[in-house]
Design a protein around this ligand. Sequence first.
Ligand code: CP
Length: 337
Amino acid sequence: MSFKGEHILSVSQFDRDTIQHVFQIARNMQPYASRQKRTKVLEGAILGNLFFEPSTRTRVSFGCAFNLLGGEVRETTGMESSALSKGESLFDTARVISSYSDVIAMRHPQAGSVAEFALGSRVPVLNGGDGANEHPTQALLDLFTIERELASSGQSIDGMHIAMVGDLKFGRTVHSLSKLLKLYKNLRFTLISPKELAMPDDIVSAIENAGHQVNVTDVLEGNLNADIVYQTRIQEERFPSKTEANLYRGKFRLNQEIYTRYCKSNTVIMHPLPRDSRIEANELDNDLNLNPNLAIFRQADNGILVRMALFALTLGVEGIITNYECAVPWYSNKHSG
Ligand code: CP
């Protein structure tokens, strides 16, 4: 089972065995992510981190993950600061950047763009989100988080009930996560969204054809009695106008009162982040911040582990990380990751 030299473009590249292999490598990364140990296994390697759409977590955690393995990061952010804005093709950009880099992480607003870019690349390309299509590394870290959170209460992914809430039409994280979850057994999906922002039919059919139970609804209350509630943001950037996005903003808010009334006492709350905390949206209220089942920051931390694992695997160093360990001479709180 090797990902050496492979692009990571879609969750369809993974099955349950390869997912567990990635997760085992991710768990091995914990001492490095939490600064208990340091490794220089990727010393001399360069990550081209190309983000043509806004990002905080994915961009920075790709960069940090690469640094934590000893590599260096070169970044481009925003279409306007790239020659793509002068009409350069994705193929040409890929051809050039891939001779400057050993691996590339990329986000772009168009569905299919990262796969198109990969055709011109001579090094592995990791999809950091292509339009409303896919966000495979987010789905892997989401699944890793679900597995960890459920394990802490003696549960497994097989047989679980997940409620996905919000913009299920444009939310690429729920698209990719659903495609991974359908690999498991006997799941219940409750898909809660405005009718206009429902999960695409092809994804619902794929889940049902894999033998899972699906309930589609536009009512939040009474439908949150799940093991996992995965809240999402209205993907304003995918709407024709902000006015249109405003029609749906704030429709499905989750706060402590609703949690207490409708969720199980151990329902895990997830969100890929960013949560829209503006008053007109506030889809995941700050009053949940002290709820121990709010997993959103553990989820974001897990992004470091999973992205370190993917870099190690695509560059073929997953088995030799300990050979390149060195001391951690500075003060560190040892909580990261
Ligand atoms: N979850 C996620 O993709 O966050 P960013 O947009 O901040 O990268």
